[in-house]
Design a protein around this ligand. Structure first.
Ligand code: ADP
Ligand code: AMP
Length: 217
């Protein structure tokens, strides 16, 4: 199954992607994670991406599309994938359609996580991520047993640089301007299904998997 998760920053895409990808037995491909790994390693791509990420802006389409093209060419993505955080602009969506059409494929479904801005701000302000395994926590909504330490791997938790209040506001503006139009784009293709992404993480996962089942996933 070829699936895209769409929704504002903080909607819970990364959190749900882990469960959904395990359910579908497909790789989870997060462009944000790939950029962050490049930033951490100091690669030329990371150096270029970092100034956009720190400002709450999108990395330019050409750079992002080339990166995704390379990632989707890897063998583990041949039979399906779950994209988290890509596409985020109409040119990216058009490029993805073309890339898949060239391979004789297409997307099966685009799952939209629906949450309002106030909830997104609460979620982003308390988000913590594990340095070791990448698991996503929240200081209030999904806290680890011991402050700052990942229950799963014992790694140290960090707060993302782009989860500062002023950057969050900019990311929400960018989402409304550049990414929200994708809801109509995929709606017109008959591929969009929206789910209520509020409430406990487990409840959202159940809604997501039910939605996939009703579309054959
Ligand atoms: P995204 O990948 O869409 O930016 P994340 O998956 O990183 O969002 O989630 C953002 C924050 O919200 C994280 O701290 C996560 O623990 C928390 N979170 C995710 N889903 C829920 C939920 N259903 N209820 C409360 N908090 C949640
Ligand atoms: P995320 O982890 O999905 O919140 O992404 C973190 C940051 O990485 C974003 O704010 C952007 O700066 C950059 N990024 C991730 N995915 C994309 C994308 N598809 N297009 C452009 N920039 C992206």
């Amino acid at each position: 199954m070829r699936l895209v998760l769409v929704g504002p920053p903080g909607a819970g895409k990364g959190t749900q992607a882990e469960f959904i990808a395990a359910h579908l037995v497909v790789p989870k491909i997060s462009t944000g994670d790939i950029f962050r790994a490049n930033v951490a390693q100091g690669t030329p791509l990371g150096i270029e991406a970092k100034r956009f990420m720190d400002a709450g802006q999108l990395v330019p389409d050409e750079v992002t599309i080339n990166m995704v093209r390379e990632r989707l060419a890897e063998p583990d993505a041949a039979d399906g994938f779950l994209l988290d955080g890509f596409p985020r602009t109409t040119p990216q969506a058009v490029a993805l359609d073309k890339l898949l059409a060239d391979l004789g494929d297409g997307l099966d479904l685009v799952l939209e996580l629906v949450v309002d801005d106030d909830e997104v701000i609460r979620r982003l302000s308390g988000r913590r991520t594990c340095h070791g395994c990448g698991k996503i926590w929240h200081v209030e909504f999904d806290p680890p047993l011991h402050d700052g330490v990942c229950d799963r791997c014992g790694g140290a938790l960090f707060q993302r640089d782009d989860d500062k209040p002023e950057t969050i506001a900019e990311r929400l503006r960018v989402y409304a301007r550049d990414t929200a139009p994708l809801v109509d784009y995929y709606g017109a293709q008959g591929k969009l299904v929206g789910i209520d992404a509020t409430g406990p993480v487990e409840d959202v996962t159940v809604r997501a998997i039910d939605a996939l089942r009703s579309y054959g996933g």
